[in-house]
Design a protein around this ligand. Structure first.
Ligand code: ZWZ
Length: 442
């Protein structure tokens, strides 16, 4: 079949279909790495959405917002900066300190492979405006200074060599090299961000050079798109889809278009009728935060539950890693990725390549949950949140044999008036969420 061609108008763009791969893959890894990884500091305060934006920005837990936390001139991060680096030390002064001296992109790619991730999304330019690729339009980039390497290029090659798709994040509306009024609340995000035609032109040209140079499978725009160039959006999207046939974009293009909806932590309206993706840090931050160790980040059990609950409701999970400035991934984050990968080795059949079941998730009275996925006529039943040593568990409205994907698990199924009672002989909590195949029962 000849390749579909798009032209730069909304009528053409709106014929774009979400490619199967994005529905099949279920799990990706976000990477926030940049100058903010040098100070690697934020207070461990709230999860996004827990407090209103006025409180949020004063003690921002996002370590990748270090620049703004200095710009507002108060709060924990500002006080920490003055004490450790001095009042006159500018954010840009971190650039020569970022060496990435221990960075081995192949090692990262192999870890991502072991985690079971099917795609990666790397920050190519976050809000601070520092580019993790040799942009033709600014020298404020990681080849001209700091690591003096094409981080995006090297990681793209390493990730693709492992058969994983590469996506790119770009901060479309905020670039503190073009507009850096301090942001004290959400309204400032959209009211004062990058108000010039100059920036609109700059960002359009950077997004095009990213597409042409790296041909990313995912173009993950953030915050929004400059109003001054909104009418250029269809041209960008047509160019992107013509260049990257299986490319997808998220929903952060001023609400004008999307291939998938996004949730960030618990923020964002999604429903299972449309493809969506949930992103979050392993802790409260995307960028590495020295205040987030093993105790402050999501436990393996909850990360696996998050994946299952997201996939069962038509979502992908994009879990973030925040590497250290030297290029190593914090041990506690690596541990979570390996736990995910080990669980997926056993239970991935009920995750990858599945679609939403016609059955919706059920929360049981003892706080356990039953989630469903489907693959053709086969149903996969996930039992989540069992206590250590649980001996039996009732699954409503499913009748017949339930075969555990975890071959270590010894079970017996007993038909009851309302469904199936599972007798679990040796459930251990390190088995995490259990998955059973109910052949032909979707
Ligand atoms: C994925 C996250 N998106 C938010 C904007 N909603 C950013 O402000 C944050 O730093 C991170 O990149």
């Amino acid at each position: 079949m000849s390749k579909k061609r798009f032209i730069g108008n909304w009528e053409s763009i709106k014929t774009h279909q979400v490619p199967e791969w994005y529905d099949d893959c279920k799990f990706g890894i976000f990477i926030h790495w940049g100058l903010y990884s040098v100070p690697a500091y934020a207070p461990h305060t709230w999860e996004l959405g827990e407090v209103d934006s006025k409180e949020w920005f004063l003690d921002n837990p996002y370590a990748e917002w270090y620049y703004n936390s200095l710009n507002i001139g108060k709060g924990h991060t500002y006080d920490h900066h003055v004490e450790k680096y001095g009042r006159d030390f500018k954010y840009e002064d971190f650039a020569p300190m970022w060496k990435a001296e221990n960075w081995d992109p192949d090692k990262w790619a192999k870890l991502f492979k072991k985690s079971g991730a099917q795609y990666v999304v790397l920050t190519t330019k976050h809000h601070d405006g520092f580019c993790l690729y040799p942009s033709k339009y600014t020298d404020f980039n990681c080849v001209k200074m700091g690591p003096k390497r094409d981080i995006t290029g090297e990681l793209t090659n390493a990730v693709r060599a492992e058969g994983i798709r590469m996506g790119l994040y770009y901060s479309g509306l905020i670039d503190w090299q073009y507009a850096n009024d301090p942001i004290f609340e959400d309204d400032d995000l959209f009211g004062t961000s990058s108000p010039t035609f100059e920036y609109a032109d700059y960002s359009y040209k950077q997004m095009m050079e990213l597409v042409d140079t790296y041909e990313p499978s995912v173009f993950w725009n953030d915050i929004g798109w400059p109003k001054q160039s909104e009418e250029m959006m269809p041209y960008f999207l047509a160019h992107y889809y013509n260049k990257v046939e299986e490319g997808v974009v998220n929903d952060r293009f001023n609400g004008r278009f999307r291939d998938f909806l996004t949730k960030e932590y618990k923020q964002g309206k999604v429903d299972r009728s449309e493809k969506w993706e949930m992103c979050r840090g392993m802790g409260l931050s995307f960028g590495y935060n020295e205040n987030e160790g093993d105790e402050q980040i999501i436990p393996e059990k909850d990360l696996i539950s998050l994946l299952v609950g997201t996939v069962a409701n038509n979502g992908n999970l994009l879990i973030n890693v925040g590497p250290k400035a030297d290029g190593t991934i914090p041990k506690e984050q690596e541990k979570r990725l390996l736990a995910l990968g080990k669980w997926l080795e056993t239970n991935g059949e009920g995750i990858y390549g599945t679609r939403c079941s016609r059955r919706e998730s059920v929360v049981m009275d003892n706080d356990t949950a039953v989630h469903f996925t489907a693959k053709g006529s086969d149903l996969y039943v996930f039992v989540d949140g069992l206590e250590e040593g649980t001996k039996e568990f009732d699954i409503p409205n499913i009748f017949g044999e339930l075969t555990p994907l975890n071959k270590e698990l010894q079970t017996e199924s007993e038909k009851t008036a309302s469904g199936t009672r599972l007798h679990l002989k040796n459930y251990r909590k390190d088995m995490y969420t259990l998955c059973f195949k109910a052949a032909g029962q979707e």
